[in-house]
Structures are given as structure tokens and as C-alpha cells.
Write a protein that binds this ligand. Structure first.
Ligand code: HEC
Length: 283
């Protein structure tokens, strides 16, 4: 047993540490209450994504299990083709992958061949650059964009942002929302958006370099009769971008279901075997 003297020193050292920590904590709390941190423009004006209900949401989410979910992805692809592809690439998705969305080989070939943005090719001898039509094996090509900012590749965008699909949907439909009068009083610099920028309360920086891509209803014409409202186009292209980020979701979910079924059957069999083995044994 340690002498009482040493034990009391140990106790004193410990108590001093706890005391200093408690004192520091107390003062931090008092200081925060007396001088609360100033509100930032982001806190005052940033919006969380709106709700978006897609067939691919949730544990049993799917992409092309129903006719309507397949049609939605085809509509979303059309919006990407007609609106977004002039600025954004999909460098993890090839034209051939569209077969998963119900296009046959000939259709994919034609989509690739007619694609407005071509593949750059370099002449091996002269070293000069030219271009050629896309092939089904090509990825959706990158665009030279002369405007402000750099359009990011969209392949994984719904994975890269929190609440990905809902975020894309909200961003595309969020350009009409202006800062409130109250927020403008606190942050008057937001009354005028810098040149080449656009106010969007869903974008983290509040001012985004992307000009509003969806400007009004009927910007594209859907072949399935769905009315191409701005809201509908934004939803459909968000659904499409969930698929580009996760083209194997369908397969993974089917595999998961198969595993669950297998386990259920195996459990049933094991229980049956247990009953058989112990039948007739007296307890
Ligand atoms: C005229 C060119 C242009 C078109 C058309 C366009 N974008 Fe963009 N996009 C941009 C630029 C530039 C940025 C970078 C913005 C920035 O960082 O301020 C961007 C950024 C984005 C972002 C990323 C935002 C973030 O959180 O970083 C998403 C998502 C996006 N665009 C989706 C789309 C979709 C979907 C379409 C089609 C409906 C589309 N864009 C059409 C130019 C364009």
C-alpha cells in the first residue's frame, strides 16, 4: 500500500486538471453566450434540398423494374442530351450503357453517331487535332466551355453531394428564389450578383457560375406524352444522374434479395433437420 502522502499528491494533481478544464469550459460557455458568433450569409440564405421521391430511393429502390421508372430514366437522358451535355460530360458512362435503359443496339449506335459533341482525335503524323463521331464504346464527351467557371463531370454528382438527387433537382429549380428582404438588409452585397454568377440558395456558395439551364416549360419534347414542365425535367434528369452514379444498383438489390431468400430457406431446412434428428428421443 502506498503511503498516504503519495496518494494525496496523485489526488491533488488529478483534481487540478479537472478544475482547470472545468474553468476553461465555463469561460467558453460564458463567452459564447455574451458574444454569439456572427451569422454568415450561408446561414442566413442557404436552403436544404427539397423533398424528392424517386423509384430508386430506399432499400428496395430500383431503376428499371417498372415501365414508368424506365421511362423516367429515358426522359432524364433526353434532358441531359438536349440541355446539359453542351457543358457537362459523363466520363464514367459510355453510350453502350444506355442499353440498360431499354435502348437497343441500333438505337445506341445512332445516338452515339448523332451526338452533337464529338470525340477529339489527334492526327498521328501532323499532330493536329480533329474530331470524329462517337461510337457506342465512347464515354459521353467533355466540352470546351468558354464561360465563367468549369462545368464538373456529372457521372458521380449525385454521390458527391449530400442528398444528391434532391440537391440536383433543387439546384435546377432554385434560381427563381431570391434572398429575403431581411437577409438583404444584413448582407446588402447580395442585392447585386457578380457578373457571370447567378444567385441560387441551394448552392453552397449561394452564387453559382452555371446559368439557369432549365428556363421554362417544354424545353424538350418527351415522346411518352409526359408534359415537360421545368419541375418534371429537373426531376427526370436528377433520376438519370442517380443511375449514372450507380448503374449496378439494380443488380446489387436483386443479389441482396436472393441472399435473404436463401437464408430463409436454409433456416427452414435446418429447423426441419433438427426436428427429424430429435424425433423419438425421450427427454
Ligand atoms: C452553359 C453551360 C451549362 C449548362 C447547359 C449546364 N451546366 Fe451545370 N454547371 C455549369 C458550370 C459552369 C458549373 C460550375 C458552377 C460553379 O462552380 O459555380 C456547373 C455546375 C453544375 C453542378 C454542380 C453544382 C455543385 O454543387 O458544385 C450540377 C449538379 C450541374 N451543373 C448540373 C447541371 C444539369 C443537370 C444540367 C442540365 C439540366 C446543367 N448542369 C447544364 C455549366 C452548365
Amino acid at each position: 500500500m502506498l503511503p498516504l502522502f503519495i496518494r494525496s499528491i496523485k489526488f491533488l494533481i488529478g483534481a487540478t486538471f479537472v478544475g482547470v478544464l472545468a474553468w476553461a469550459l465555463l469561460w467558453t460557455v460564458v463567452d459564447t453566450v455574451q458574444n454569439p458568433p456572427a451569422e454568415t450569409a450561408e446561414e442566413a440564405m442557404h436552403h436544404h434540398p427539397k423533398e424528392l421521391d424517386l423509384p430508386s430511393n430506399g432499400v428496395f429502390g430500383h431503376f428499371t423494374a417498372t415501365e414508368e421508372s424506365t421511362r423516367q430514366l429515358q426522359r432524364g437522358f433526353l434532358v441531359y442530351e438536349k440541355v446539359c451535355a453542351s457543358c457537362h460530360s459523363l466520363n464514367l458512362v459510355s453510350f453502350r450503357d444506355l442499353q440498360q435503359l431499354g435502348y437497343n443496339e441500333a438505337e445506341v449506335k445512332k445516338i452515339a453517331k448523332d451526338w452533337a459533341v464529338k470525340q477529339p482525335v489527334q492526327d498521328p503524323k501532323a499532330g493536329t487535332w480533329g474530331e470524329r463521331d462517337n461510337l457506342p464504346s465512347d464515354r459521353f464527351p467533355k466540352v470546351y466551355y468558354p464561360g465563367t467557371g468549369t462545368p464538373p463531370d456529372l457521372s458521380l454528382m449525385t454521390k458527391a453531394r449530400h442528398d444528391g438527387a434532391a440537391y440536383v433537382y433543387s439546384l435546377l429549380t432554385g434560381y427563381d428564389e431570391k434572398p429575403s428582404a431581411e437577409a438583404l438588409k444584413k448582407f446588402p452585397e447580395f442585392a447585386k450578383t457578380p457578373d457571370g454568377m447567378h444567385f441560387n440558395p441551394y448552392f453552397a456558395n449561394l452564387n453559382i457560375a452555371m446559368p439557369p439551364p432549365l428556363t421554362g416549360d417544354d424545353q424538350v419534347t418527351y415522346s411518352d406524352g409526359t408534359r415537360a414542365t421545368k419541375d418534371q425535367m429537373a426531376k427526370d434528369v436528377a433520376a438519370f444522374l442517380v443511375w449514372t452514379a450507380e448503374p449496378t444498383l439494380q443488380r446489387r438489390h436483386s443479389a441482396g434479395l436472393a441472399v435473404v431468400l436463401f437464408l430463409l430457406i436454409a433456416t427452414g431446412l435446418a429447423y426441419g433437420a433438427y426436428l427429424t434428428v430429435w424425433r423419438g428421443v425421450k427427454h
